[in-house]
Design a protein around this ligand. Structure first.
Ligand code: AMP
Length: 361
């Protein structure tokens, strides 16, 4: 069986490393031959070789959302989860409208055309979070407006005229958490334990498993996977508000940064379970082996991290993606397991200190 992956980033890299253990071959479609996934794939194709890529693949999946429409048209008959689901993710506006229409709890929001941004913001109480419709990830294309509405002109200027914006109430949350589910072609569903996630300026810094359990959120993951007929993974990121509500922030029908810890903390990683699901194999156990956590390494070169100190902590594993250093770019991550939640928390505190000191990214 030959599996194609759209996108050559670290999510593809980890999927290949896990999937090769099961004896599969992997082809990657990416414009850069030096991308992390291309370095370990059995073949790497750029967009101009799409026909050959399609001819060689038995099944195709994706590791990011921003794939050109022409490419998606050529691969749609092979792609899991389906291209319809992916298309929903290409627009933050359509994603939120779909969730609200389907009855899922989301923050209050309005949709604005670029030229109406000032008017739309005036209709909600400040602060608000403005999110550009497309190409936003890790906090890119996202703006917090607290009082300075003068910023709005610059925002419209920085985006295409036809682009819409999501104008969302600023959610006063206690914490953020996410749940990843996997669903097979036969409709079997398994959920990973939830994690508490810490973001700064829109980018995930670290996360950890927890004893907390939210059956209402788990039910949402299951029902959304069924409604969208997901074969593969679905991650939902939630806000737990200060007044006790659970709201969906976003969904991702692919492997997710908040599930990297599953490589070391679960019986079967999210990456292996994606491969199992799209290849029609029995799903692996999503049970926790031990309390776990993960710290992202952001905007640092290999020389700038103290690998000896990181690896001297019992239960740590370093994953280095081999990408060129850039400001705010995810360069690698450290997984950590421990005997108890407290043990993991102590180790995470130490790792955060070793990696960033006071400065995160
Ligand atoms: P997103 O790109 O939409 O996943 O947002 C990235 C991060 O920005 C989230 O994980 C939150 O930490 C923060 N964020 C996004 N939307 C809101 C909101 N409406 N209120 C408060 N924080 C937000």
């Amino acid at each position: 069986m030959r599996i194609g992956i759209l996108g050559g980033g670290q999510l593809g890299w980890m999927t290949i490393m896990e999937g090769k253990k099961l004896g599969f071959e992997f082809l990657v479609l990416d414009s850069s031959k030096t991308s992390p996934a291309c370095k370990v794939a059995d073949g790497c194709f750029d967009y101009s070789s799409i026909d050959e890529f399609v001819r060689l693949c038995d099944v195709v999946t994706y590791e990011f959302e921003h794939i050109p429409d022409e490419v998606l048209e050529s691969v749609s008959h092979l792609t899991l989860p389906s291209v319809e689901v992916l298309n929903l993710k290409k627009s933050k506006v359509e994603e939120k409208l779909y969730l609200r229409r389907s009855g899922y709890p989301v923050p209050n929001f309005l949709v604005s055309a670029g030229e109406d941004l000032e008017k739309t913001v005036a209709m909600l109480n400040l602060p608000v979070v403005i999110k550009a419709e497309s190409l936003g990830y890790d906090g890119k294309g996202q703006y917090l407006i607290k009082g300075d509405t003068g910023k709005l002109k610059t925002i419209t200027m920085n985006h295409k005229k036809e682009e819409r914006f999501l104008v969302e109430e600023f959610v006063e949350f206690d914490f953020e958490f996410s749940i990843i589910g996997v669903r097979s072609g036969k409709g079997e569903i398994k959920l990973y334990p939830l994690t508490i996630n810490y973001h700064e300026e829109g980018i995930l810094i670290y996360n950890k498993t927890t004893d907390l359990n939210f059956p209402f959120a788990q039910e949402m993951v299951k029902s959304l996977m069924e409604e969208l007929n997901i074969v593969g993974l679905l991650c939902i990121e939630f806000f737990h508000t200060k007044d006790g509500r659970i709201l969906i922030n976003e969904i991702a029908p692919r492997t997710h940064n908040t599930g990297h810890w599953t490589l070391d903390g679960c019986y079967t990683s999210q990456f292996e379970n994606l491969v199992r699901a799209i290849c029609g194999l029995p799903l692996g156990s999503t049970r926790l082996k031990s309390p776990s956590g993960m710290v992202n390494i952001i905007g640092k070169s290999y020389e700038e991290i103290d690998i000896k100190r990181i690896l001297s902590v019992e239960g740590t594993k370093l994953y280095w993606y081999g990408k060129e250093k850039r400001y705010r770019r995810k360069m690698g991550h450290v997984n950590v397991v421990g005997d108890s939640q407290e043990d993991v928390e102590k180790k995470l505190e130490y790792l955060n200190d070793v990696l960033f000191g006071a400065l995160k990214c």
